[in-house]
Every structure is written in C-alpha cells, then in structure tokens.
Design a binder for this molecule. Sequence first.
Ligand code: DGJ
Length: 304
Amino acid sequence: MNGQPWRDVDGQLIQAHGGTILGHQGTYYWYGEDRSQSAFVAAGKRVVPFTGVRCYSSSNLRDWHDAGRVLTPASDPEGRLQVTSVVERPKVLFNARTGKFVMWAHFDNQDYTYAGCVVATAEAPTGPFTVHDVLRPNRQESRDMTLVQDGDQAYLCFSSDMNQTLYFAQLTPDYLGLTGFSAKILVDQAREAPTVFHAGDWYFTITSGTTGWRPNPALYSRSRFLFSGQKLIDNPCMGPTAATTYGGQPAAALAIDGRWYLLLDHWQPADLSQSGYSILPIEVTGRDLHVAWTQTPFGGEVNA
Ligand code: DGJ
C-alpha cells in the first residue's frame, strides 16, 4: 500500500530508499539505499552506517526479487567508501555506447560537509558495481541529485550552493565524468530531492523544500528548455495532506508504458529501515501537473 513499507517476494522489507527504477530488456531494476542496519555510536558520535545500495528485480513492478547489495564499502578499490560514508539517492542509467550500467549517488561524510558524488559502473544491471570516481561536479558542492537522459545526452541535476540552487551538469558520452558545461536552474529557491522529466513540449521538475527528513510541500517547475527558463509553479499534490507531499519526498520520476509516475520516500528518521514508499501517477495536462494520492501503487494503472 502506498505510504507504507513494502516487502519483497521473501517477505523482507524492501531497502531501496531514495532510489529509482530502471527498465532494461523487459525487466525492472529498483536501486536504493539499504538502511537495514541501525545507527551506532563511535567516538561519542551517532553514525548512520552505509551498508550498501541494494537492487531488486521484477517483471511486473509488484513482485520484487532481492538481488542483494550491489555497491558496498568493498566496491571501492581505493577505500574511499567506508561504513561511515553517506551514500544517498543512487540513480542508474544504461549507457548504450559502452554497454555499461552507470550509477551516480550523493557521496558524503557523516556531517554532510564533503558534498560530492560517487560514480560506479557494472557490466550487468544487478552489479556488482565498482567505484570509478568520487568527485565534486565541476568542483561544486553536490548533495541531493538525480540523473536525466535527454536524447543521447545525460545530465546530473544537483542541489548546490548550500542547497540554495539546483544545477544541471552535462555528463561525458560514457556518463563517467563531466564535460564542464553546466547551468543553474531554480536559483536561490532552496529545492532538493530533484526529479526531472520531459512530457509533451515541457521539461518539468518536481522537488522538495529543504527540511531534512521532515516532509514539506513539493513544488513543480517547468520550462520548454531543459536548462533555462525553469520557473516554480505550484504544488502538484492536492487535498489536506498536500502540504506534506502526502508525508513523502520525491525520489524519482519513472517512465512506465508511456506514462510518468512519481516515486516518493516516506522517511522514518528514527529508524530509516522502516521508511515507506509510494508510486503515484503524474497527470500531465499540457503545461500543468497534478499528482493525486492513491492507496494503490501506480493508482492501480499498472498491475502492481
Ligand atoms: C534531505 C534529503 O533529501 C535526504 O536525501 C537526506 O539527505 C536528508 N536530507 C538528510 O537529512
């Protein structure tokens, strides 16, 4: 049910928070943060451990099979990924030129002062992923982020400048680095949890405000161009719980069977492993967006 924790085919809680779902050759792959291990105290500090990015596969978007932790501290030969690292919001694209699956995720230290990305690659969608790089995109801070494919180009969209401004930065053709081209969108609007998609003549974003794990009103923006002219328009949610985005925060915009859906996290900060999910249909009417609450994932439109 939307808003609740979901279980895999073995009855275990799905640990794929802050993630995305990638369709590839008839199978769906759900990647996200594994939060199954509780916080511990080390040197007098509470540490939320990085145990891995987990992947699940499904043929019907309802029955999810656990493919295990596909990125862990052991995935980095250079040892930059530690159990004390923060790895959040993993996003994965398939690069048709190289035949590789490329993952970008927010990479940080426990106090979120590094503000960068980890880039990892795999030969198969279920990994294992190997760390290619840890970087700050174009030497800028990057916290909440997502990946956007637009034609044969791909972009990193990230919250920067102390989370005040969203940027797009173009990825190199192999998706492993940055070309140096970047553009600011939503300047000084303090948006995070970015999701980006193209429908009809418009490029849309749906983002959250910056209140940590606490839900706040989502806002959508639109422009006819990907990286210029984006303007915040309104909250796409409706009804009494619109002000908290139905208790959720955007994780990804999902394209399934020619329709767009919004994947939300329902964070439980006291025990992140218990955080829930929703997948809600995005109604696109010309240049306007609405995201209605539905009890059933995909609004019952997909057999999930
Ligand atoms: C809000 C972000 O959207 C989450 O991914 C996470 O980084 C929390 N902040 C941490 O407080």
